[in-house]
Design a protein around this ligand. Sequence first.
Ligand code: PLP
Length: 379
Amino acid sequence: MVYLDNAATTPVFEEVLNKLSDYYRQYFANPNSVHREGQKARHLIEKSRVDIASVLGCSDEEIFFTSCATESNNTIIFGMIDTYPEKKHILVSPIEHKSVLVPLSKLARNGYNVEFLKVDRDGVVDIDHLKRSIRDDTLMVAVIHGNNETGVIQDIDTIGKIVKHKGAFFFTDAVQSFLKTDINLDYIDFMSISGHKINAPKGIGLIYKKKEIKLSPLIYGGGQEKGLRSGTENTQLIASLAEAVKIWHKNRQVYSHRLSSLRDMFEEYVFSELDNVTTVSKGAQRLPNISNIIFHGVDAQSMVIALDGEGVCVSSGSACSSGTPSPSHVLLAMGFSEKEALSSVRFSFGIYNTAEEVKQTAEKVVDIYKDLSLFFKKL
Ligand code: PLP
């Protein structure tokens, strides 16, 4: 099996897996209990928080653990409108993950003025449009740092500066970009991160929040995580996340280089063999691990299924919740047609992939595309 769906999720680091059973055996007590076993678990959580904060370059008081990035994004959005009810205007990029767009569409139905920022053909946010659209009553601007479908990286420093200058909050979803590219926290008020994209287990995420900014919780109860996220902390997953962050941080240069070499090798081969394909966001700065290719004239689901038959796991950009695939909102916002969006396949590389695997996959992709093109032409 060749797994090229690392933007969907990653396998857990062996080192983390090996530590997990010890975390469960040694640190099972409730970290909120005052006895020594509880305090042992508390110490592990707080040490994990400090370790992650030191990688991010922030204070440990600015890190709040959640169950996933979907929860982080929901907490940030609903927490902000609850804390700051006076401002009703929100700007958001149209290429956000659904865990940002769906909560915002709920706000739009409830009287908020939610406006989309323009993006260009590469999926890069139009800075002039942001400058023209931001207002005195803008509560927040939400722009994803590294896109999960195309890998495009936004200039969050420039965006953040404009947003802060206008007195609004800047929120960025850094789920895909964390540890794959630099993040300067200077202009970021809120940020979300998820463990399972960086070889930690699923079920753990976090919110970065600037110390001086208030935020109401989404989940109320025992007041854990300084009241922002009630519920007994998941000591084991928090410690696993910290471990994965440390491994990534230590090997960042090597991983980045490996991932971008695999991606480039893959794209070069596919392009040298095929004419009728487009690499999405090729003209922009991209994350090292994502390659989104439009296979013109061929339905992406058929490519995904054919590759699966060959033992290769990839994703199409389209969502398929009702049996009929719908085109990716990200590609549509970038100006691709529905037909083109339904022909896009995402290959996302991981640190365990080898050059040989990627070479073989590229060859299979070329063969499958040639066969499917003939088939779809006849239809
Ligand atoms: N944001 C982005 C950009 C993502 O890619 C994902 C997951 O695919 C999420 C948010 C949601 O993360 P989680 O699975 O931790 O809820």
